[in-house]
Every structure is written in structure tokens, then in C-alpha cells.
Design a protein around this ligand. Structure first.
Ligand code: GDR
Length: 329
């Protein structure tokens, strides 16, 4: 009998890769999506075997129904308001969805499918401006945004359901992970798209915020495999997932513009509006536990990742452009 997985946030970058990965392993996969008058399906339209179910992290009864009806063996809670700067504008909504939403999913699992294994998408944003050079699961949490504080609540809810209700629940504390499916506001994609658009003459300049911020950036396709592995272990354990290397926003711009034969310094301008009220300056993962517990290592380098994103953006923009140039029949 095949395993069944339920993924919240299935229309996002990670949800789409995870759905593909689990389907390739023979799972029946249900993806939770929020009702919207216009659906954002561009990342999952091609995944024909994925079954979409309607529900909302703000609504307990919808989560109860979905868990009751789909009877998942594994639940991946990837849904969240994931854009950190926007969380400063919507702190309460962020708390409701990103924080309490995780507890609602946990409650639905506890009530209706308590033997299911539960994965919570935790984040390196929990570490804030850590005084430790690399961050492990033992590094103190000191989040610096409403997004981070909401994820902190979800982190401890996940631990608490494990301890209080004896459920198999884990936190994957993932550092930044990107891909050609990354949302266009996040800095890597903004840069790769900007470099591609500038090289095609579609844009003049690229406005960014803090170029000195450093992140441990990996490839989302590598990271969804770690999520799955975490649920295949004998005992539930929270783990940090990253690459163990970090780069600055400036490095990212240099690589992306270099790929299209341009000098980033000729095109990048600083705009204060992209600075955050409280910034996380530097993050770098200590992935020794992930390596030893999961036998997992990232496969793609930072440079490979950025080059892949630039090449995909170039192809997409060229195809959009040629379609726009077609005369109307
Ligand atoms: P982050 O990702 O906040 O780390 O969270 P993001 O790509 O938005 O920012 C990374 C760093 O780049 C700096 N930066 C800019 N960021 C954006 N978005 N736009 C800019 O113009 C810009 N200029 C500089 C930022 O200040 C920041 O330091 C991501 C999200 O996916 C979270 O949901 C996830 O939990 C963490 O990664 C791990």
C-alpha cells in the first residue's frame, strides 16, 4: 500500500518540489490550498498526479476535515507568510498563519491522525544576529522579525506536541534555499531576474537594500529530500539543514551579472526602502548533525544555483518577450 502525504503550502517553491519528489517515490500526495478567486498554480500546473484539497491555516475546522478525509501518513507544514519584510507590515496576520497555523495543523493531526509523522518548516531566521559563527540546533534563538517570532512559536509547538502527546513531530531548521521557482521578491531571484532583464534591455537598473547581508544559500530541490528523510528516521529529531557556507548579497549580484557578461556595479543601486527595521546580518549553518543523522549533503553549489536561476530567467523573459511580440490573430 502506498504512503499518503499531505503538504500545506503546496503552491510554493518547496511545496512544488516536495510534491514532485514524493510522487516520484510512489506516494499519494494531497496539497492544501487556500481558496482564492484566482488561483496561483504556476508552480504545480505540470504535476498531474497531485490532488488539491481546500483549506486554510486560519480555519481549524477546514484542517480537521482535510486530515480526517485524507488520512495522511506524513504531514508537511510548509504554509506560511514567508516574506520577512512583509511580516513587519502584517505582524498579527503573520502570527496567526505562520505561528498559530502550525498549532492548528498539529491539533488536527492529534485529533484525527495521531500516528502521522509531522514536519514543521522551521527557519534559520530563528537565530537572528547570533554571536556564534555557525548555527546548530543548540544555538540560542533570538528572532528579529514578526516572521521569526511566529516561527519561534511554531517551533516550540512542534516540540511540545512531541513531548506532551508522544507524536512524531520534527522541526527542519532550514537555512535559505532558492531555485528557479523562488518568488521574485526574495533577493536571489530579484537579482537573477534583474540581471537577465537588464542584459535583454528590458530593465535599466536593479535596486537593492543591504548588500553586506550574508546567507547560507542552498538549492530547494536538495532540501526537500532532507525534509522527507527527517520523517523516515526511527526517532523524531530537530535538525539544521544548510550548506555550511555563506555568501553576501554582493557576491550573488557579482555571479549573476557575470553570467550575462555585465559588471554588477554598473547597474545595482541602493534604495533605503529595501532595508529592514531589524536585519539579520550573517547566517551560516552547522550541518554536522544532518550529515551524520540523515546521511544527507547538499549537491549543488551556490554558483551552480545562481547560474541555473539566471539561465532560467533569461529563457523565461525571452519567451515572454517573443509571445508579447506575436501579432494578435
Ligand atoms: P530572508 O530572504 O529574509 O533571509 O528569508 P531574502 O531573500 O528576502 O533576504 C535575504 C537578505 O538579503 C537582503 N537584501 C534584500 N532582500 C530582499 N528581499 N530584497 C532586496 O532588495 C534586498 N537587498 C538586500 C535582506 O536584507 C536579507 O538580509 C528567507 C525566506 O525564505 C524565509 O521565509 C526563510 O525562513 C529564510 O529565508 C530561511
Amino acid at each position: 500500500m502506498s504512503n499518503t502525504a499531505l503538504i500545506t503550502g503546496v503552491t510554493g517553491q518547496d511545496g512544488s518540489y516536495l510534491a514532485e519528489y514524493l510522487l516520484s517515490k510512489g506516494y499519494d500526495v494531497y496539497g492544501l490550498e487556500r481558496w482564492k478567486s484566482t488561483q496561483g498554480h504556476r508552480r504545480i500546473d505540470h504535476i498531474t498526479d497531485l490532488e488539491l484539497v481546500q483549506g486554510d491555516l486560519a480555519d481549524q475546522s477546514s484542517l480537521d476535515r482535510v486530515v480526517r478525509e485524507t488520512r495522511p501518513d506524513e504531514v508537511y507544514n510548509l504554509a506560511a507568510l514567508s516574506f520577512v519584510p512583509e511580516s513587519f507590515n502584517q505582524p498579527v496576520h503573520t502570527g496567526n498563519i505562520t505561528g498559530l497555523g502550525a498549532t492548528r495543523v498539529l491539533e488536527a493531526v492529534r485529533k484525527h491522525q495521531p500516528d502521522a509523522k509531522f514536519y514543521q518548516a522551521s527557519t534559520s531566521e530563528l537565530f537572528g544576529n547570533s554571536s556564534e559563527e555557525t548555527q546548530s540546533i543548540d544555538t540560542p534563538f533570538q528572532p528579529r522579525s514578526p516572521y521569526g517570532t511566529s516561527k519561534l512559536y511554531a517551533y516550540w509547538s512542534t516540540v511540545n506536541y512531541r513531548e506532551a502527546h508522544d507524536m512524531f513531530t520534527v522541526n527542519g531548521v532550514l537555512f535559505n534555499h532558492e531555485s528557479p521557482r523562488r518568488g521574485k521578491n526574495f533577493v536571489t531571484r530579484k537579482i537573477t531576474r534583474g540581471a537577465a532583464a537588464i542584459s535583454l534591455g528590458l530593465q535599466d537598473k536593479l535596486e537593492l537594500g543591504n548588500l553586506d547581508a550574508k546567507r547560507d544559500w542552498g538549492h530547494a530541490e536538495d532540501y526537500v529530500k532532507a525534509m522527507h528523510l527527517m520523517l523516515q528516521q526511527d526517532t523524531p529529531k530537530d535538525l539544521v539543514i544548510g550548506t555550511g557556507e555563506h555568501h553576501s548579497v554582493r557576491d550573488c549580484a557579482r555571479i549573476a551579472f557575470n553570467e550575462v557578461g555585465l559588471d554588477w556595479e554598473d547597474y545595482v543601486e541602493i534604495n533605503e526602502k529595501f532595508f529592514r527595521p531589524a536585519e539579520v546580518d550573517v547566517l551560516k549553518a552547522d550541518i554536522s548533525n544532518a550529515k551524520s543523522e540523515l546521511d544527507w549533503e547538499p549537491q549543488k553549489t551556490f554558483e551552480d544555483l545562481i547560474v541555473e536561476m539566471v539561465e532560467t530567467d533569461l529563457a523565461e523573459l525571452q519567451s515572454d518577450n517573443s509571445q508579447a511580440a506575436q501579432p494578435n490573430e
